[in-house]
Design a protein around this ligand. Structure first.
Ligand SMILES: *Cc1c(COP(=O)(O)O)cnc(C)c1O
Length: 394
């Protein structure tokens, strides 16, 4: 692979390992183990394995290695470790680097499972976690201490679409020697420049835009070679959250088309957000690509586009949100995102149901909020469908 290749070339070719058969499409090495030529060879592999030498699929596998190299090349990271799901990546990155007594500062607006890991699991193991409003730099500055080991945030939060300034938070964290761990799912690898903006560790749920077709769970942790091979790999390979070779093959195929899919989805999301605003049934259409979004300028600097997800806040609360969801014909009521199919979610009663009402309110997860992940359907069909469903919700 050439380092000067543009992202769409890397997305198709980077990391390819071709067997002696010269296959065009990446091979699925559906094997747990690997045969050694001799006892001496086995002994030597366990001491030090070369780049093309594998031991056991929980440690690594040629198909998984292709995916890891391809996504790392796209992100501009030195190395990657592929995981069984996005949450295996989030929990693996944090658990592998932290120990009892460490301090972490995290944005409060997080995906429900991320919040659970930080609030319920890390604290159980003696890690102190301080939550801040991720959009307020003064809160980060006040919370990050000399003994802070890491900061954690979603660059665009799920589901309220708050955008956090990666470069500014990274500068504050680095001044105190803290690692910047970024859940970058909503930015997508297509619009991400997270490494050059200062993130030390970049995480994706591959379930979302990388697969993009609703087939498989997966995740990936990226960072320096030292961090991935020295900190993450020992934790992941011994605790078992590695990606399966079959999933890696699905994700490799996903990466080939991701650039086209995500750019089309983001363009449709922008058009839908513009078309629905204003509508009498809506308090607001929340979308980082709209000039009215509080972090619109930052979004354009940081990722150039508004992403593939819109949040609609229906004025009539839960009843109106449910009428809207039930009236939509094209979009599906489900909870994935980044999919080719448009998917609608009511966070307050599903993904964020666990949270107490006061916390939902603090996070902007109102009873009327509907998260809309825009798919690859025709933009005019989607706009007409949302308009008739909003009329029905009034
Ligand atoms: C979906 C999601 C995850 C978790 O990913 P899974 O693959 O479902 O485990 C983590 N963070 C964010 C922001 C997500 O949207």
């Amino acid at each position: 692979m050439s380092n000067t290749w543009k992202p769409s070339t890397k997305a198709v070719h980077a990391g390819t390992r071709r067997s002696q058969y010269g296959e065009v499409s990446e091979a699925i090495y559906l094997t747990q183990g690997f045969v050694y030529e001799s006892a001496e060879h086995a002994e030597q592999r366990f001491v030090a394995s070369g780049d093309d030498e594998f031991i056991y699929a929980r440690y690594g596998n040629p198909t998984v290695a292709m995916f890891e190299e391809r996504i790392a090349a796209l992100e501009g990271a030195e190395d990657a470790f592929a995981t069984a799901s996005g949450m295996a990546a989030v929990s693996g990155a944090l658990m592998s680097m932290l120990k009892a007594g460490d301090h972490v500062v995290s944005a409060r607006a997080l995906f429900g499972s991320c919040l659970y890991v930080l609030e319920e699991i890390l604290t159980r193991y003696g890690v102190e976690v301080t939550f801040v409003d991720g959009t307020e730099l003064s809160q980060w500055e006040a919370a990050i201490r000399d003994d802070t080991a890491a900061v954690f945030f979603e660059s665009v939060s799920n589901p309220t679409l708050q955008v956090v300034d990666i470069a500014a938070v990274s500068a504050l964290a680095h001044a105190k020697g803290a690692l910047v761990v970024l859940d970058n799912v909503f930015a997508t690898p297509v619009f991400s420049k997270a490494v050059e903006q200062g993130a030390d560790v970049v995480i994706y749920s591959a379930t979302k835009h990388i697969d993009g077709q609703g087939r498989a769970l997966g995740g990936v942790i990226m960072g320096t070679r030292d961090f991935i091979r020295g900190t993450v790999e020992p934790y992941m390979k011994h605790t078992g959250g590695s990606m399966s070779p079959f999933t890696a093959w699905i994700m490799l195929k996903g990466l080939e088309t991701m650039n086209l899919r995500v750019r089309a989805q983001a363009a449709t999301a922008q058009a839908v957000a513009e078309a629905l605003q204003p509508h009498p049934a809506l308090n607001a259409a929340i979308y980082p690509g709209l000039p009215a979004h509080p972090q619109h300028d930052l979004t354009m600097r940081q990722m150039e586009k508004g992403g593939t997800v819109i949040a609609l806040d229906l004025a009539g609360g839960k009843d109106a949100a449910f009428r809207f969801l039930n009236a939509v014909e094209i979009g599906l009521i489900s909870n994935n995102l980044g999919d080719a199919k448009t998917i609608l979610t009511h966070p307050a009663t599903t993904t964020h149901q666990r949270l107490p009402d006061a916390q939902k309110q603090q996070l902007g997860i109102t009873p009327g909020l509907v998260r809309v992940s825009i798919g690859l359907e025709d933009v005019e069909d989607l706009i007409a469908d949302f308009r008739q469903a909003l009329d029905a919700a009034k």
